[in-house]
Design a protein around this ligand. Structure first.
Ligand code: 3PG
Length: 423
């Protein structure tokens, strides 16, 4: 059996007077009207590592992405991120509108002890966009030869990664600096990995997964793994995921809801739901009733009343009570995806009540995914949840049992780090 290698943390690095390159994930939703940052969660969660390194006298350079070619609306420069960091840290955070060219390199060389500089959006470089990763498929060793790494790495003494939310991305900024620089994990990355391991590897029992929302591919990716290996004792399905399970059991929802599912190309999941049901019927719970909207008013229908001509928008009162009771008696609860279309006032009851149950339960609670976190913030104080993950895609991938490129790169770098300490 191979021993687990401890990933070095900030505490293992000498940083005073050294140039430290820190990869953060401050990719934030951008308000389409104002062009301003609409949610500061990831910026706030990145502060402890930045503060720690700057307080210890590092010459600190932050690299980060914002948006993507596939997410073009959010692909903006990082000047406002630097201003937000600066305001929150109470110390200046410089910004240069260059990623790895001459202006960036000049600014890096000019840093003094304790100075903090943010370079511009990594996604302005081809090698950092997700389609490059998908189509070109370089190894981390090959990525060490990319423009970004070739130009920046020689200027630094060490590299820190604190970007858990981008851990599913095998881009040079995430996995290649580890090849050429002593590497450590930031505080947020460690917290996220430890918290997720508590949900995915050794949960307190009973362990409950509540899977709702529209991102059914994500829910199904996790379902297969957590039921097959026994991580989850019970899965509560809600949102469109719950509806697809009922279809798999032969329940007709009605034309409007079935069309909604077909329009989003989700009908194919009905077969997959059937397979999950035949393998794990006893562990998968489905809604007992729903809410539909009739002339702007919430009306509840039981599953026995289906099909309904109206579009299903939420789970109903009996389901809310049953799921809230399960959440109250669980020891671990992981939630991904709101149970209803919570932006609509007639469809809020399910999300409001279950997030309240989550806040009240003594269980260890973990939530993640953009929609889940923003809906939780709307209805409860998110501080009442034990772990509010910054991860979306990274979290799903982790909980689906697939390796995260960042974690693989950090483990490989850890071996080299401890090896060089032994020499
Ligand atoms: C996210 O928002 O999930 C991360 O910041 C990664 O962004 P990406 O999906 O554009 O790579």
């Amino acid at each position: 059996m191979t021993a687990v290698v401890r990933i070095p943390t900030l505490d293992d690095l000498e940083v005073a007077g050294r140039r430290v390159l820190l990869r953060v994930d401050i990719n934030s939703p951008i308000d389409p009207q104002t062009g301003g940052i609409a949610d500061f969660n990831r910026i706030d969660k990145s502060l402890p590592t930045i503060r720690d390194l700057a307080d210890r006298g590092a010459r600190l350079v932050l690299i980060a992405h914002q948006g993507d070619t596939l997410d073009y609306h959010n692909l903006v420069d990082l000047a406002q991120h630097a201003a937000a960091l600066s305001g929150r840290l109470g110390r200046p955070v410089g910004f240069v509108d260059d990623v790895a060219g001459p202006a960036a390199r000049r600014a890096i060389k000019a840093l003094g002890d304790g100075d903090v500089l943010l370079l511009d959006n990594l996604r302005y470089l081809t090698e950092e966009v997700s389609t490059f990763e998908r189509d070109v498929k370089l190894t981390p060793q090959q990525m060490a030869g990319t423009y970004l790494v070739r130009n920046l790495a020689p200027l630094f003494d060490c590299y820190v990664n604190d970007a858990f939310a981008a851990a599913h991305r095998a881009s040079p900024s995430m996995v290649a600096f580890q090849e050429v620089l002593p590497t450590a994990a930031g505080r947020l990355l460690m917290t996220e990995l430890e918290a997720l391991s508590a949900v995915a590897d050794s949960p307190q029992r009973p362990c409950l997964y509540l899977l709702g929302g529209l991102k059914i591919a994500d829910a199904f990716g996790m379902l297969g793994k957590v039921l097959a290996d026994g991580t989850a004792d019970e899965v509560l399905t809600a949102g469109v995921t719950g509806q697809v399970f009922l279809l798999a059991r032969g329940v007709e929802l009605g034309a409007a809801s079935e069309q909604f599912i077909k329009d989003r190309n989700l009908w194919g999941f009905v077969d997959e739901a059937e397979q999950h049901l035949s393998a794990h019927a006893g562990s998968i719970r489905m809604p007992l009733d729903f809410a539909v909207e009739v002339k702007g008013k919430r009306v509840e229908v039981t599953v026995d009343d289906l099909p309904t001509e109206h579009l299903i928008v939420d789970i109903g009162g009996r389901t809310i009570a049953a799921y809230a009771e399960a959440i109250a008696r669980a020891a671990t609860v992981f939630v991904n995806g709101p149970p209803g279309a919570y932006e609509n006032p007639s469809a809020q009851a399910g999300t409001r009540a279950l997030w309240q149950a989550l806040a009240d339960t003594p269980a260890h609670t973990v939530i993640g995914g953009g929609d889940t976190v923003s809906s939780a913030k709307r209805f409860i104080d998110p501080d009442r949840i034990d772990v509010v993950s910054t991860g979306g895609g990274a979290l799903i991938r982790y909980l689906s049992g697939k390796p995260l490129p960042l974690v693989e790169a950090m483990k490989a770098a850890a071996e080299r780090f401890w090896e060089s300490r032994r020499r």
